[in-house]
Design a protein around this ligand. Structure first.
Ligand code: ADP
Length: 530
């Protein structure tokens, strides 16, 4: 038979091995309890740990079938003196022992209790019960206590590990789900971690990017600022800093630049790099925080375009009005009636244009402020298109107009004045952007509960990549002809807002040099009352 000392050494070895090997707390606790109970030849064992709220709660039970174990756990929860027992080191009271015996289904007559202490603090306790009469001897108690001291260290390590793992999981979740791109680099600027947002920005799947140099993954063009991920030969950050100067060392670097994505589209990114040094001054990681500032840049650009376009658009009619008015007023000239009439006509036309421009600007700001009201009624789109065409026919000789509506097209539920604005805008664009002239057709058809209206021209068309952006405010396609053509880039924005306020959709089908057809849908009138 093994001597007690040998057994003891064996158990202590087991527990120290577990300390290094088992970081999973529940399985470590089972191992500790099993070893302790076997060591003193007990029949039943119990391990409690102090919880965050200070209570001692049972974590592992040895020697009982599961149903009994549950009953013992319940009895313990009721037992008042469990917590105080842990603190004072006294034995269990008679009452608790008999309660536990009843729950366990076997008499528990002898008990030994070993507090688990870490840094002088009670973190839990192990109880071993025997049903026989022999009391636990002093030696057994001592051996168990030194075992418990080892076990306490193992428990503390496993708990720390659990805390750190939970912390890491939390940080991983924050990084992974951050709306900004996050990049963690090794000191030699290879990718260690890249989150979902950055994968979407760069088009690199995170797994493929891992291990790649960051100048491949984040190659910024037109970069302005401190680009830590410039070409391979860009200067590296110092691998080591004098720990004394660590506090003064530059902690972060900012760069802005364009990223060409796989599909050919571009993003403007702002990247803040932060160098992470350990307390000895060694470079551990470089963290990159990547913000997509494309929209912001575009908005800035649009604002400046807006100001130049609007000032140009406002100045032209004002200059014409002032010029004609000044000429008419000249005291030395006597103008004939026809000249006066022509001049006044120009003044009136230009005043109308100014008015329309101001209306458009007001509408645009109403849409942006979210106060855009419709006066709905039954509208005959074929008739409305007819009126629009009549007006435009008088303004151009190069273009011909065709109407293409079936006789039985139902009425639509709409605000007539607003729809007229839409058709005016689309028709005037069709004229503006087909400078060689040609046919312009306005038509429509019914499809279920909707009527689709279209305005088609055979003009210069719109390149594919510009088509989605046309409907943004102040957006104008940049090309020679368009730069010469008057416009504010507000027309299609207003059309879209009006159509969408009617619960409709607007879209374009076109190709460079192939003319353009704008479509929009409106609800059929009767449906409004269903
Ligand atoms: P504007 O005509 O005042 O510039 P819009 O919002 O009406 O503003 O149109 C935005 C841009 O869409 C225009 O600058 C033009 O480049 C393009 N566009 C609109 N309609 C057509 C069309 N029928 N054919 C070609 N390009 C068009």
């Amino acid at each position: 038979m093994q001597s007690l000392q040998l057994r003891q050494r064996d158990y202590l070895l087991r527990i120290s091995r577990a300390m290094t090997a088992r970081l999973d707390l529940p399985s470590l606790l089972r191992l500790i309890l099993n070893s302790a109970v076997e060591m003193v030849g007990a029949e039943v064992g119990l391990l409690v740990l102090r919880q965050a709220d200070g209570r001692l709660a049972q974590q592992a039970i040895y020697g009982l079938p599961p149903a009994r174990a549950a009953q013992v756990a319940a009895a313990l929860r009721e037992g008042r003196d469990l917590a105080s027992l842990g603190e004072s080191g006294r034995g269990l009271s008679e009452l608790s022992l008999s309660l536990l015996s009843a729950a366990a289904g076997i008499p528990l007559r002898q008990v030994v209790q070993m507090p688990l202490r870490s840094d002088e603090e009670l973190i839990g306790a192990i109880y071993a019960f025997r049903s026989g009469g022999a009391a636990f001897g002093v030696n057994e108690r001592q051996v168990l206590q030194s075992f418990a001291d080892q076990a306490a260290i193992a428990v503390r390590n496993a708990r720390l590990y659990e805390q750190i793992s939970a912390e890491k999981r939390r940080l991983d979740a924050i990084i992974e789900n951050s709306a900004n791109g996050v990049l963690i680099l090794s000191p030699d600027r290879r990718v260690l971690v890249m989150n979902r947002a950055l994968a979407a920005m760069t088009g690199w799947p995170a797994e493929e990017a891992r291990g790649e140099p960051c100048w491949k993954v984040l190659p910024l063009e037109n970069a302005v600022g401190a680009n830590l991920c410039a070409a391979a030969d860009a200067p590296l950050l110092p691998r080591e800093l004098d720990p004394a100067g660590l506090a003064q060392a530059q902690a972060s670097y900012y760069v802005e630049g364009d990223l060409l994505r796989p599909g050919g589209s571009r993003l403007t990114l702002g990247v803040t790099y932060t160098a992470l040094y350990d307390s000895e001054g060694r470079l551990l990681n470089i963290i990159g925080n990547v913000v997509d500032i494309t929209r912001f840049r575009e908005a800035e650009q649009m604002k400046s375009t807006f100001i130049s376009v609007i000032s140009h658009e406002l100045k032209t009619p004002v200059a014409l009005i002032k010029g004609y008015a000044g000429t008419l007023r000249r005291p030395d000239a006597a103008w004939d009636r026809a000249t006066v009439a022509d001049s006044l006509a120009v003044i009136e036309e230009e005043a109308d244009r100014l008015n329309a421009l101001i209306d458009n600007l007001l509408d645009a700001s109403r849409i942006q402020a979210g106060v855009f009201k419709l006066e709905l009624g039954a509208v005959d789109m074929a008739r409305l298109a007819g009126k629009v065409v009549e007006r435009f026919r008088r303004q151009t000789e190069r273009h011909t107009f065709e109407l293409d509506f079936p006789a039985d097209l139902p009425l639509v539920l709409a605000d007539e004045a607003r729809l007229r604005q839409v058709l005016d805008n689309l028709a005037s664009n069709a004229i503006k952007y087909s400078p060689q002239g040609g046919p312009i057709r306005i038509g429509g058809w019914q499809e279920g509960h909707d009527v689709t209206i279209y305005v088609a021209d055979q003009g210069i068309g719109i390149p594919d990549d510009e088509q989605t952006r046309l409907f943004e405010s102040f957006y104008r396609v940049d090309s020679g002809l368009r730069r010469q053509t008057k416009g504010t880039g507000l027309g299609l924005y207003l059309c879209k807002a009006i159509v969408e306020a009617h619960s409709g959709r607007i879209w374009v089908r076109s190709g460079q040099g192939q003319g353009a057809t704008f479509f929009f849908t409106l609800p059929v009138y009767a449906d409004g009352f269903n």
